[in-house]
Design a protein around this ligand. Structure first.
Ligand SMILES: C[S@@+](CC[C@H](N)C(=O)[O-])C[C@H]1O[C@@H](n2cnc3c(N)ncnc32)[C@H](O)[C@@H]1O
Length: 272
């Protein structure tokens, strides 16, 4: 246990990524951009001291919150135990079998200020449940939000960008300065929206396995061109250069120039 959060007289734990929001105007803004209403079923990861929890309970149909920290459970139970549309799950979110909570549910939304040390595993896990979850709204580290929501040609385009944009539309919603957290972290944050694509827009065109096999190689060395990187898959550089021209790229094109659709088209040309 490290620093004391003087407002709440609670000793925050760094190991659980505990930086609690302290500006109450933010909770309204978050509920507003996530369009939460009385018909919405919501999941929250890491309620902490309940900064978002009360508003989520009173404005949604049902809230399920997952909290790992033993010390927070009695506090949360005391504050919110009386609400019938609230389920507090005392578990490590990454270990939980989510299907139990999402069975027969559609269009569930996730709204959370998550522990940043497990941002990618949390997003990957939520995307796995895309049949049941339609929208994901997360407070995360600003640079990671920029990366996930970046557009082709940006230096921020990465494997992670594709790992999310293959399944979802992403939107950088707003920046949150580090002073809005207690204790104050080293980095600024941002609120990110992830909307699962309808009708499996890209998954219907190509298998995940094939897409990510090519993508991993394309990004294997960011300083090298695609024609260099794809030689690992047995393609000659000249052949890859020809294919690049066919999709309107140049010989020196790099992986970060591609959108998801552009990369699917490129794989189609490569495979003939
Ligand atoms: C950044 S704090 C956010 C707290 C609160 N939502 C807020 O905005 O003030 C992250 C929360 O996630 C919890 N947490 C950390 N790792 C977790 C895990 N693996 N599963 C569930 N909760 C976790 C922490 O204990 C903490 O309450």
């Amino acid at each position: 246990m490290k620093k004391i959060n003087h407002n709440k007289n609670y000793a925050t734990k760094k190991k659980y990524g505990q930086n609690f929001l302290n500006d109450s105007s933010l909770s309204d803004k978050i509920l507003d951009v996530a369009s939460i209403n009385k018909n919405t079923e919501v999941l929250e990861i890491g309620p902490g001291l309940g900064f978002l929890t009360k508003k989520l309970i009173t404005n949604s149909k049902f809230l399920t919150s997952f909290e790992i920290d033993d010390d927070l459970i009695p506090i949360l139970k005391k504050k919110f135990g009386k609400y019938e549309n609230f389920d507090l799950v005392h578990r490590d979110f990454l270990e939980v079998d989510l299907s139990k909570f999402l069975e027969n549910k559609k269009d569930v939304k996730v709204v959370a200020n998550i522990p940043y040390y497990i941002t990618s595993p949390i997003i990957n896990k939520l995307i796995e449940y895309r049949e049941n979850i339609s929208e994901i709204y997360l407070m995360i580290q600003k640079e990671v939000a920029e990366r996930i929501s970046s557009k082709p040609h940006s230096k921020n385009m990465s494997l992670l960008t594709h790992a999310v944009q293959f399944y979802a539309e992403t939107e950088y919603l707003f920046t949150v300065p580090k002073e809005k957290f207690d204790p104050v972290p080293r980095v600024d944050s941002a609120f990110l929206g992830i909307k699962i694509l309808k009708n499996k827009k890209y998954e219907s065109q190509i298998s995940e396995e094939k897409y990510f096999k090519y993508l991993r190689e394309a990004f294997s060395n960011k300083r090298k061109s695609i024609s260099n990187n794809l030689s690992n898959l047995g393609f000659s550089k000249d052949f890859v250069k020809e294919c690049l021209k066919k999709v309107g790229k140049t010989e020196l094109s790099r992986a970060e120039e591609f959108s998801v659709q552009g990369f699917i088209d490129f794989i189609g040309i490569l495979e003939g």
